[in-house]
Design a protein around this ligand. Structure first.
Ligand code: CAO
Length: 443
């Protein structure tokens, strides 16, 4: 039976005279039980006054900007009385005063009809539940948003507290903030490995700043390579627990031999990198867990019996990592030839996707440029990468005196889920030892 029902502001704590900031319904609207009718906003929270029953809005008794407190009348509904437990209704004496003779209030005790023998089956239904502030602040971040934005977020299943500060007035969240959050979430999922997602990371949204407010700016799109490699680097950095082990190799003798080899092969550029490739292969043989990948479940290690080494190549459009195959079966001269060919191919944008697949371990050499060390990012699903910086002459103590030695800085980043620190230290020390005496490559 349809009944006229007054909806009043229920208990909202200690708030008094708080403004109505949004009218969520209008006369004639059909509303569901618990649907918000109007929104109120204190200085701390936004809350909705919910409809206590399903019905039709007869009249709204507040307008935008009105201030209300507990007990203020906000609307009158033509409501369906809630279905009462059958026995209770049946128990009502026929002579009991009709409980709905007057309008019913959202503040029940005062408005409760005096019919002690007739339990009011619908009494509960007429009590507007206290308006719960939306989205309790998470991690200290309040979520300020208009109810329309909240409704939009709810429809999309977005927890506003996860979006952080909005771009609207007074950092309020806007519909666009919600849309952008969803776009980012979808993009993240699309680029995630099977079942991986973002690993449960609940990252803050990227700051949205209008830089032109601070000075003149220009906008330049990222190259396709940068976009692709950026997405991979971000995933690898976020999902792999990286540790970088730093060491240095005495390459004085090795470099003298390299120069000699260069003189004998004048048409070839023989750099320290080919020696590093051979030394890495020797270290991978000795430490097989570095020549491995975690399977998709993250529970099995796939140990590889081949030695394909990825080389990070800097191109005008960004970083690419072509792979030199079967480095265990090739000599220094062949590797130097192949390295020259593949880096030229990379810089001419002629690499095929197959040229960049199948790597076991990567080397990123900035030695031709400078630096004393850096943290290379692992090229997943590999489990380690060697960063190489510029060699420098240093005074080294040989037990009797300081002697000038050519020292090469090595930075080994490894996946700590797969490799322990001690193992990484041994791998790096073995590399340094091998480069220090390249006769060891023959062993
Ligand atoms: N210490 C001192 N000198 C070094 C050196 C080192 N560790 N490594 C190279 N050199 C010297 C070379 O011998 C060469 O000297 P000459 O000009 O006298 O012959 C010079 O530096 C330039 O070498 P190169 O960089 O052209 O050649 P390479 O074989 O060392 O490297 C390649 C080839 C393709 C790896 C390199 O050109 C490159 O692109 N490096 C950048 C990789 C990169 O961007 N990594 C960062 C990844 S993270 O963003």
């Amino acid at each position: 039976m349809a009944t006229s029902i007054e909806v009043k502001v229920p208990d909202i704590g200690n708030y008094q005279n708080i403004p109505v900031i949004e009218l969520l319904v209008k006369p004639g609207d059909v509303v569901k039980k618990d649907q918000g009718l109007v929104s109120l906003e204190s200085d701390k929270a936004t809350m909705e006054v919910p409809s206590p029953v399903a019905g039709i809005v007869k009249s709204l008794l507040v307008k935008l900007g009105d201030t209300v407190s507990e007990g203020s009348l906000v609307a009158v509904l033509d409501g369906e009385t809630a279905a009462a437990p059958a026995p209770a209704v049946a128990a009502a004496p026929a002579s009991a005063p009709a409980p709905a003779a007057a309008t019913r209030s959202a503040t029940p005790p005062a408005a409760a009809p005096s019919a002690p023998a007739a339990p009011r089956p619908d009494a509960e239904a007429f009590v507007a539940k206290p308006p719960v502030p939306h989205e309790a602040p998470a991690q200290g971040l309040p979520a300020h948003a208009s109810p329309a934005v909240r409704l939009f977020a709810r429809e999309l299943g977005v927890d506003l507290a996860r979006i952080g500060q909005g771009t609207g007035r007074k950092n309020r969240l806007t519909k666009e903030d919600v849309q952008n959050f969803v776009k980012r979430a979808v993009a993240g999922q699309a680029s995630a490995p099977s079942g991986g997602g973002d690993g449960g990371l609940k990252l803050l949204p990227w700051p949205q700043i209008d830089f032109s407010k601070f000075g003149e700016v220009q906008s330049k799109p990222l190259s396709r390579i940068k976009k692709l490699s950026g997405a991979n680097l971000a995933r690898n950095w976020a999902m792999i627990p990286h540790v970088t082990q730093n060491d240095e190799a005495d390459i004085t003798e090795m470099d003298a031999f390299r120069k000699k080899l260069g003189e004998e092969n004048k048409d070839l550029k023989i750099t320290p990198l080919v020696f590093l490739i051979k030394a890495v292969v020797a270290a991978l043989r000795k430490f097989p867990s570095f020549n491995a990948s975690l399977d998709a479940s993250g529970e099995q290690l796939i140990l590889k019996q081949y030695f394909h080494i990825g080389i990070a190549v800097d191109t005008p459009d960004g970083l690419v990592v072509p792979v030199l195959r079967d480095c265990d079966r090739k000599g220094l001269v062949t590797l130097a030839q192949e390295l020259g060919e593949i880096s030229a191919k990379a810089r001419d944008k002629k690499l095929a996707p197959g040229d960049m697949q199948g790597g076991c371990f990567s080397i990123s050499s900035l030695g031709g440029i400078g630096g004393t060390g850096f943290t290379p990012i692992i090229n997943a699903p590999e489990v380690a990468i060697l960063g190489v910086s510029k060699s420098a002459m240093k005074p080294m103590w040989n037990g009797k005196e300081f002697a000038p030695r050519l020292m090469l800085p090595l930075s080994l980043s490894y996946d700590h889920r797969v490799v322990d620190g001690a193992e990484a230290a041994r791998f790096a020390a073995y590399l340094a030892q091998t480069l220090g005496d390249i006769r060891r490559l023959l062993l």
